[in-house]
Write a protein that binds this ligand. Structure first.
Ligand code: UGA
Length: 438
């Protein structure tokens, strides 16, 4: 089996590397010459645990290569995956499909013999049909089946998610294409991974429904957290108490500063647009989008209130990426929180283990520090925005001696309130009672 993977972003690069690990011959294609040169030199464009080693191993074994030459890669492939970006279109929130359509046209001009063209990018319902039309127009005799095969991997655990998925979804009614897909995913058959064969449009919708459901689950617990703070309940216990019900499940019930990243914000918005377009408004999702957007400034207010105003004060921020184990800053709650704090007159000192390079291009006037302790030096309060492991076991005595006042606003609930009180802190978290130094 030979695969051409078009696009070397998160999904493309991880999927390409993982398919090669399955024993498939994979060529990853990108237009970005320097990105391909770097990949050839073993340099990854993203921070993803385990990726560099996996790529190196499969390049060495001769199963994985990189190129800017799309026609050559496509000509020799049994399956061509479209894994290019589908960002939110400026202005209306629809998924921008221009990269997908350009890729489809270029693929159409190069295919040779029976080829399965697979959309792995997150694309709205009906995109597969449009890709099919583009290919038929460019090369009416092309022997092509267009299949939807959405990806469910998470940044930070992408390789594990690809290798041991909860399920694989394959959208096509063509038996010939199903057989190609079956052989690509053969190693997962051996581990009895459920494979959902369905129609193309159903597969396309499954991807949006999954991400939107998870975003809704997070938003639900975030609102419950707000309620907990007022009625004196503990959101962690509520999450455990409901999550142990197998029908609800414990995952994605961690209250926090709101979801961010390259997927949930854009996919919830795109699904709202799809519903509106066909006059089936998705009112729950519309509300989720609205609550999550407003949540970020609520989090800034929480910090401001705890500090009794931040004008002229210095706030130490630990973690700026949208979640740990990634350098991705896209739609990170920290972007809004930091801007609001600065707007209220605060000076920001910040540290993130992997995200600072990208963050520097997106946040102005931040004093970037070398580690958590340097960040806290002379600050009036510290706020944890991203739950990196290294922030989970801070030396609290040292932290207290560095801060001007022992105040922590923990937006990820990684500390125990009682322990923080005994350590001499005023500690404010999400959905749990505020504690003061005991
Ligand atoms: C998400 C999905 O989890 C993947 O299944 C999907 O493949 C991917 O989008 C995609 O469409 O490509 P990802 O964006 O990498 O993955 O990150 P998540 O782990 O889902 O976290 C998203 C956001 O939700 C983060 O800001 C995280 O902090 C937040 N979150 C997550 C919570 O606030 N609480 C939780 O309980 C879980």
């Amino acid at each position: 089996m030979r695969v051409a993977m078009i696009g070397t972003g998160y999904v493309g690069l991880v999927s390409g590397a993982c398919f090669s690990e399955f024993g498939v011959d994979v060529v990853c294609v990108d237009k970005d010459v320097s990105k391909i040169a770097n990949l050839e030199a073993g340099k990854m464009p993203i921070y993803e645990p385990g990726l560099e080693d996996l790529v190196a191993k499969n390049v060495e074994a001769g199963r994985l290569s990189f190129t800017t030459n799309l026609p050559d890669a496509v000509k020799n492939a049994d399956a061509v995956f479209i894994a290019v970006g589908t960002p939110s279109r400026r202005g209306d929130g629809h998924a921008d499909l221009s990269y997908v359509f350009v890729a489809a046209k270029e693929i159409a001009e190069a295919v040779d013999g029976y080829t399965v063209v697979v959309t792995k990018s997150t694309v709205p319902v009906g995109t597969g049909r449009e890709v099919e039309e583009i290919i038929a127009k460019a090369q009416p005799d092309a022997e092509v089946d267009v299949v939807s095969n959405p990806e469910f991997l998470r940044e930070g655990s992408a390789i594990e998610d690809f290798m041991r998925p909860d399920r694989v979804v394959i959208g096509t009614k063509s038996e010939r294409a199903q057989n190609v897909m079956r052989s690509l995913y053969r190693p997962l058959y051996l581990t009895e991974t459920p494979i959902v064969f369905t129609s193309r449009q159903t597969s396309e919708l499954i991807k949006y429904a999954a991400n939107t459901f998870l975003a809704t689950k997070i938003t639900f617990i975030n609102e419950i957290a707000d309620l907990c703070e007022v009625v004196g309940a503990d959101v962690q216990d509520v999450a455990r108490g409901i999550g142990l019900d197998g029908r609800i499940g414990r995952k994605f019930l961690h209250a926090g500063p709101g979801y961010g990243g390259s997927c949930f914000p854009k996919d919830t918005l795109a699904l709202v647009k799809t519903g509106a377009d066909v006059e089936r408004p998705l009112r729950i999702v519309e509300t989720v989008v609205d609550i999550n957007t407003k949540r970020k400034s609520r989090m800034a207010d929480k910090i401001i209130e705890t500090c009794g105003g931040v004008d002229g004060k210095t706030i130490a921020i630990l973690g700026v990426t949208f979640k740990p184990n990634t350098d991705d800053m896209r739609d990170s709650p920290s972007l809004d929180i930091v801007a609001s704090l600065q707007g209220a007159g605060a000076t920001i000192r910040a540290y993130d283990p992997e995200g600072m390079e990208e963050a520097e291009t997106m946040m102005a006037n931040v004093i970037w520090c070398a580690d958590a302790y340097e960040t806290m030096g002379g600050a009036d309060a510290v706020s944890i925005i991203t739950e990196w492991n290294q922030f989970r076991a801070l030396d609290l005595e040292r932290a207290r001696s560095l801060l001007k006042a022992p105040v922590m606003i923990d937006l990820r609930n990684i500390y125990d309130p009682e322990e923080m009180a005994s350590a001499g802190f005023t500690y404010v978290s999400v959905g749990r009672a505020r504690v003061d130094a005991s």
